[in-house]
Ligand binder design. Structure first.
Ligand code: PXP
Length: 245
């Protein structure tokens, strides 16, 4: 199981002081280099329409410097799609976006928007970019991802993370994730997962089969404040190491 580190929060800290300026620390590109040096398999950044953290210049610099795999999280809107087609990340993960949310809150309503998503999927694939869809572990959404022709889904683990302290609810969410992963795998989709994952709740995910990659941001960047980014990444890789596949 691979680790993609989401570095948005590094830019969040920079923007808190330097918003609207073309410089400032901490630099998300340097953070990505530390993550890669520590063994991360990919770097994830979300260019939000409101540019609250990652800026256009960051994704351009990341494209130049990332040596592993660059995963651009994005909304399916014309402006961002055009940027992605020019940028050519290795993969895009299409997410829903709401202006007032603190972070991406729900999964995509892929079933309801399949035509628009299929069109973007085709445009990305023609440009050599793989497509992942961030969806809830719900059979309707997995079916829609198959119909859209995505290469990957990223299962939204937010409900699992929220339920983690309540054993019955946690087991229910794990069952939903496992069922969605099996359904997707059987249909030829590759399966990633992310949102709300941390050093405590990742080991319990080992019961979910077929996971290719976890995308993790908040917990790693938070831990990095105390132990440094390379150590925080290595600790997460150690946490993930027992995954049975
Ligand atoms: N995956 C997706 C699609 C996301 O939108 C996010 C949050 O930006 C993450 C993973 C990472 O979530 P967290 O910061 O809670 O680890």
């Amino acid at each position: 199981m691979k680790l993609g580190v989401n570095i948005d929060h590094v830019a969040t800290v920079r923007e808190a002081r330097y918003h609207g300026r073309l410089r400032g620390e901490p630099d998300p590109v340097q953070a990505a280099q530390y993550c890669e040096a520590a063994g991360a398999h990919g770097i994830t950044a979300h260019l939000r329409e409101d540019r609250r953290h990652i800026q256009d210049r960051d994704v351009r610099a990341l494209r130049r410097s990332v040596r592993t795999r660059l995963n651009l999280e994005m909304a399916n809107t014309p402006g961002i799609v055009a940027i992605a087609l020019r940028l050519k990340p290795d993969i895009v993960c299409i997410v829903p976006e709401r202006r007032l949310e603190v972070t991406t809150e729900g999964g995509l309503e892929a079933a309801g928007q399949w035509r628009a998503l299929a069109r973007t999927r085709r445009r990305m694939n023609r440009a050599g970019i793989d497509v992942s869809l961030f969806i809830a572990p719900n059979p309707r959404q997995v079916d829609a991802a198959v119909r859209i022709g995505a290469q990957f889904i990223e299962l939204h683990t937010g409900a699992y993370a929220e339920a983690f302290a309540r054993p019955a609810a946690r087991r229910r969410e794990l069952r939903r994730l496992a069922a969605a992963a099996r359904q997707a795998h059987a249909s030829g989709l590759r399966v990633n997962a992310g949102h709300g994952l941390n050093y405590a709740n990742v080991p319990e995910l080992f019961g979910v089969p077929h996971l290719v990659e976890l995308n993790i941001g908040h917990s790693i960047i938070s831990r990095a404040i105390f132990v440094g980014l390379e150590t925080a990444v290595r600790e997460m890789l150690d946490t993930m190491a027992g995954y049975p596949g």
